[in-house]
Every structure is written in C-alpha cells, then in structure tokens.
Design a protein around this ligand. Sequence first.
Ligand SMILES: NC(=O)c1ccc[n+]([C@@H]2O[C@H](COP(=O)([O-])OP(=O)(O)OC[C@H]3O[C@@H](n4cnc5c(N)ncnc54)[C@H](O)[C@@H]3O)[C@@H](O)[C@H]2O)c1
Ligand SMILES: [Zn+2]
Length: 354
Amino acid sequence: MNKIDIFSDKETYELIIDTNFQDILELLESTKAVIIDKNVFDLYNKDLKIEKDKIILIEALEDKKRPEYALEICEKLMHLNIKRKDTIIAIGGGITQDLATFSMSILFRGIKWIWIPTTLLAQADSCIGGKSSLNFKEWKNIIGNFYPPSKIFIFTKFLSTLKEDDIRSGIGEILKVHLLSGKESTNLIIQQLNEYKKNNSILSTMIYNSLNFKNRILEIDPLDQGERLKMNYGHSFGHALESATNFRIPHGIAVNIGLDIANFIAYRIGNIKENDFNTLHDLLFLNLKTSDFISFNFEVFIKALRKDKKNDLDCYNLIIPISYGEVALKSFKMNNEIEILVQEYSEKFYKGII
Ligand SMILES: NC(=O)c1ccc[n+]([C@@H]2O[C@H](COP(=O)([O-])OP(=O)(O)OC[C@H]3O[C@@H](n4cnc5c(N)ncnc54)[C@H](O)[C@@H]3O)[C@@H](O)[C@H]2O)c1
Ligand SMILES: [Zn+2]
C-alpha cells in the first residue's frame, strides 16, 4: 500500500493505493449514494455488494459528459434524500469523474465525495488535480471547475478488465508526465516501459510515480494558471487528431502520438538533438499499434489545432520540448511553419502504415 498527500488550492487530501478492500466495503455500506460507471457495476458489484437503492448508474459515453446529465445526477441524489453533510462515493473512469466532480460541486454549493478511479488513465493521471470538464453543445470540455474529492482510493485490480486500448491510453498519459518531469524521469520510464512489456506487474509502480510527478506540479500551480499547462504536452496535437479522426482513437493514444509530433517539431527547430528525438520516438512507439494510425483529414486537423484553447488569435501556443526532459509553452505565428512540420511528420511516420 502507498499513500500520497495530494495538493490542491485548499487543503491537501489523501490518495491511497491498494489498501485493504474491506475498508471500501465498509464505506460503501455506510454511504447513502454511490455514483458508478454501469460497466464497472456490471463487472464488480458481486464484490462491491452495493445496495440497489443507493446506486446511480453512469453511462460512460462522451455524449453523456454534459451539464444536463450532471443535473440529472443531482436530481437523483435529491431523490435519495442526500443532505449537505453526507459523503457520496463515485466509482469509474474519466467520464464518471468529470460528471461526479461537477455534480458534487454544485449540489448544496459543494458536498464531500470520495473518488475510486477504475481506468488506468483516471488512476495514473486524471484522478488528481480536481478538474471537471464537460462538453456543451458542439464544444468539447468547455464547462467546468475545480472540486477535488476528500479522498481517493486506487485499486489496481480494477485494471484487469480494461480493454487493451484503454490500458495503452492510460500509458500515453503516464509517458507524458514522465517525459515532462526531467531527464531522470524520462530515463526511468524508458527502462520501466521496456520492463512492462515483459512483466506488467510494474504498472502499479508506474501509476505511483506518475501521480507523484503530477503532484509536484499541483503543488506549484493547483489552479492551472502556469506550471500546470505543461500537463498539456502532446494535447494540442492529440486533440486535433481526435477531432480529425472523429474520436476513433482513445484520448491517451492520441496524446501519445501528439507527444511524438511535439518532439518532432522540437527536433526540427533545433530544441532537441536528432538522437534524443529518436530515443523518445522509439519509446512512444512501444505503446502504439499499426491500427492507431487512422488516416485523417489534414484540413480538419489544422482547423482543430488553430482552435486550441491555449492559442492567441494569430499564434499557436504549444507545449514542446526546449531540451531533453524539459518542456515549455512556446508561441509560433499561425503561418505555415507548424503546418508544414506536421505534414512532414505525417508523411514520414504515417506513410506505409495507412
Ligand atoms: N477532468 C480531468 O482532469 C480529465 C483528465 C483527462 C481526461 N478526462 C476525461 O476522461 C475521459 C476519458 O476517461 P477514461 O479514459 O478514464 O475512460 P472512460 O470513463 O471513458 O471509460 C472508458 C471505458 O472503460 C469502461 N470502464 C471503466 N472502468 C473499467 C474497468 N475497471 N473495467 C472495464 N471497463 C471499465 C467504461 O465504462 C468505458 O466504457 C474523457 O472524457 C476525458 O475528457 C478528464
Ligand atoms: Zn489528457
């Protein structure tokens, strides 16, 4: 069992990895409501034994990640006679987390909740940081706030039922936080991902390290106003890829490719050496499969890249390496420079695959 004190703008709270499962069963018995991903409920309620009348099931679909659905959750909680002093438990992946965070923050202007993430992406990355991001009309992730849980419990045994793509998606985010945290963490993940390919029991160490690296960033910038922007490394290109492929690739896998594009640009403008780019490229490709390289519409990609939240009106603001193991926010005029480099990347690395 490992414990980490997680930083937030208010008080720190505890995250516990692989504690006694009995503790959770007691919590589930004492709470009045459990918000739980439907698939997780189907797979695990034989162990969790949550009583029927306290369950609020969540359909983990991107289209359900909306304020209207969060309000429905609030309504269900009111029907369960929840009072301001109660503590709610939420169980599931990133979609459940976004919906639970937002609902918990608005009900009674904020109610205590405990979070049990069940996907690798949520366990290794999104569970800390306290953010909610909901989709609204045609806009992705634009409604949200900060409302961390009072405690997080991670059980790595939930990961055994995840699809292989969802595991690789979580590894994409694990790679991101290691690569932006310095040379040492970069070299550590190179060694650990190679080891993981032979023996996946190292995954819980990778989760623990990722959370510690992210927590250091939260300590400096809990409200995402500067340092934490680094966590967006790989995301401008990842989001553009998600748009251009109609969300057919899981988020963390799009980020994984996005990291390689960001590194390619850094190499081509002289921030990192060719052999460093190659080292990182080999690492990032360890987590990718041929089927991730779906042909995409370049125009849609560039349109999405131009709309990225971090940009100014006429500048791309991209998180890219400024040296091996170090990233920073860099501005580029919205002329053809970046677009030509992305084109060059896709010709070099997508050609022959798609
Ligand atoms: N708020 C944040 O800080 C933050 C950060 C990153 C991502 N996100 C959001 O998270 C979402 C993606 O989250 P995700 O990748 O965790 O996935 P998810 O919540 O979409 O779940 C993926 C699939 O796995 C299923 N599932 C969950 N746990 C399972 C288990 N243990 N066994 C079997 N199946 C299981 C779900 O039902 C779903 O079908 C996106 O909407 C993204 O925008 C939020
Ligand atoms: Zn992400």
